[in-house]
Design a protein around this ligand. Structure first.
Ligand code: FAD
Ligand code: SF4
Length: 450
């Protein structure tokens, strides 16, 4: 620990976002970076606590006190090695992780000014690539072959770990390019796809083979492999089966988001027109992160207005909620960069039907509701709390989460990872699950499984 009093004298400083008027006209990353001097000062705030709750909260078991100290001392090469020892792709988590570690930081307990771990992570990684500290690592091969099905963060981290342990790894991906939701879900304004390409290119140099455009069924896995990791994500989005669902203009959120990412990536959509919010009033159904990504995308496409509705109550406005104390993840209201760009947000709203003319959506009938507690301890009951109303909308985006896949019966050499195993989650959790699957494969193939 370099500066043992810095947390008392240096306030938390975030790099912040580009100004709204500037960023809403392009799909470039919205987040800015600090100067190196400021970054080192931010790292100096880490107190190297006796019990590092940040390490406990991070699904990857990252060790912020160690790399924060290296950053404070200006040794970015060491910082990257420390960070990369637990985190295979810190350039992804440094951009899109909700920073579970920061919520558990001791400086969040009283000051609500935790260390800027996530940003520090991104800065360490960008400097490491810039200064060529990141070089291909090609281990000796052990003669065994593993197939990874799916190239999202869980498949990539399983492939990376296994490759570095000497296995010959082939990744099968049904899409035209690897990355899963990193490429076809998360918008470019949060994660530029050159960052994904850079990592894929490094993995290829290290020997991982990518076979894109090749869907693989778990029922007929490709022959010639000693083990398999199935990391196929959660492909089925939750739908809303109410009158008017078949009107033109009602879409699943991922249809909008993946179209936009494909177009920005230069992919051809064929005969199909890109789903677009240009010149339309947009209604996003679902108050979570995917909904927020739709809002940012709608603005960049030139929408007229955006409203986001959520059936659940408004979460408490932080920072403290006695029912949900530190160091747990705070279930408080989150306002994203996309919300800041302009959006009406409403909670406790039920959607009744989609309305249209000549097959095209014109509005959505909704009703305010309340959730009444069940005295016998059962699920709360939804009761109307106001009259029906119509929200004008020419496009609706359904962002209500994904169905948890049912795991099929498989042989003992098949392992599952990421969202396919746990249901829709986070990049950092998917990566941690990929690590675990790789360790299971290694234990199985090397005969050291306990
Ligand atoms: C719009 C959106 C935004 C998000 N934003 C964030 C965020 O900001 N921060 C965060 O932490 N998390 C975010 N998430 C969640 C995060 O992206 C996922 O939890 C994570 O990508 C899951 O990783 P995965 O590898 O398990 O699955 P995925 O990323 O879904 O990858 C699965 C891959 O398997 C492929 N596949 C599927 N079936 C087959 C088959 N039969 N054969 C071959 N390949 C197949 C798919 O094409 C895909 O490439 C977001 C999710 C969405 C939908
Ligand atoms: S991956 Fe996320 S939770 Fe883990 S140290 Fe980085 S920002 Fe924190």
């Amino acid at each position: 620990m370099g500066d043992y009093k810095a947390f008392l004298t240096v306030p938390r400083k975030e790099a912040g976002y580009r100004p709204v008027h500037d960023r809403v006209h392009d799909f470039g990353e919205v987040e800015q970076t600090l100067y190196e001097g400021d970054r080192r000062q931010q790292a100096s705030r880490c107190m190297d606590c006796g019990v590092p709750f940040c390490n406990w909260a991070c699904p990857l078991g990252n060790r912020p006190p160690e790399w924060n100290d290296a950053v404070f001392r200006g040794d970015f090469s060491l910082a990257y090695r420390l960070l990369n020892s637990t985190n295979d792709f810190p350039e992804f988590t440094g951009r899109v992780c909700p920073a579970l570690c920061e919520k558990a930081c001791v400086l969040n307990l009283t000051l609500h000014e935790p260390t800027t771990n996530r940003e520090n992570e991104a800065a360490i990684t960008e400097i490491a690539f810039r200064e060529n500290y990141v070089i291909p690592d090609c281990p000796e091969r052990n003669g065994k072959r593993v197939a990874v099905i799916g190239s999202g963060p869980s498949g990539l981290s399983a492939a990376n770990r296994l490759n570095r342990s000497g296995y010959e790894v082939t990744v099968f991906e049904k899409n035209g390019s690897p990355g899963g939701l990193l490429r076809y879900g998360i918008p470019n304004f949060k994660l530029n796809k050159s960052i994904v390409d850079r990592r894929i290119s490094l993995m290829e140099k290290e020997g991982v083979r990518f076979r894109c455009g090749e869907p693989v069924s778990v029922d007929s896995l490709p022959e010639g492999f000693d083990a398999y990791v199935v990391a196929t994500g959660t492909p089925v989005a939750r739908d809303l089966d109410i009158p008017g669902r078949d009107l033109s203009g009602v879409h699943l959120a991922l249809e909008l988001l993946s179209d936009q990412n494909r177009v920005l990536g230069g992919e051809d959509l064929g005969e199909r027109e890109q789903i677009s919010c240009k010149g339309k009033n947009v209604l996003v159904i679902g108050g979570g992160d995917t909904g927020s990504d739709c809002i940012g995308t709608a603005h960049r496409q030139g929408c007229l207005s955006v409203t986001q509705i959520e059936i659940m109550p408004k979460p408490p406005v932080g920072p403290d909620d006695p029912a949900n104390p530190w160091p747990m993840w705070p279930r408080t209201l989150r306002t994203s960069s996309s919300h800041e760009e302009g959006c009406v947000r409403r909670w406790n709203i039920n959607t009744l039907r989609f309305l249209g003319e000549d097959g095209h959506l014109t509005g959505v009938e909704v009703q305010p509701i309340n959730w009444e507690k069940d005295p016998s301890g059962g699920r709360p009951k939804m009761v109307p709390s106001g009259g029906k109303e119509v929200i004008k909308a020419e496009i609706v985006l359904l962002a209500m989460g994904f169905l948890r896949p049912v795991l099929p019966e498989v042989g003992e050499n098949v392992f599952f990872a990421g969202d396919a195993l746990s249901g829709a989650s986070l990049v950092v959790r998917a990566m941690a699950s990929g690590h675990k699957a790789a360790a299971e494969v290694d234990g199985f193939l090397s005969g050291t499984r306990r």
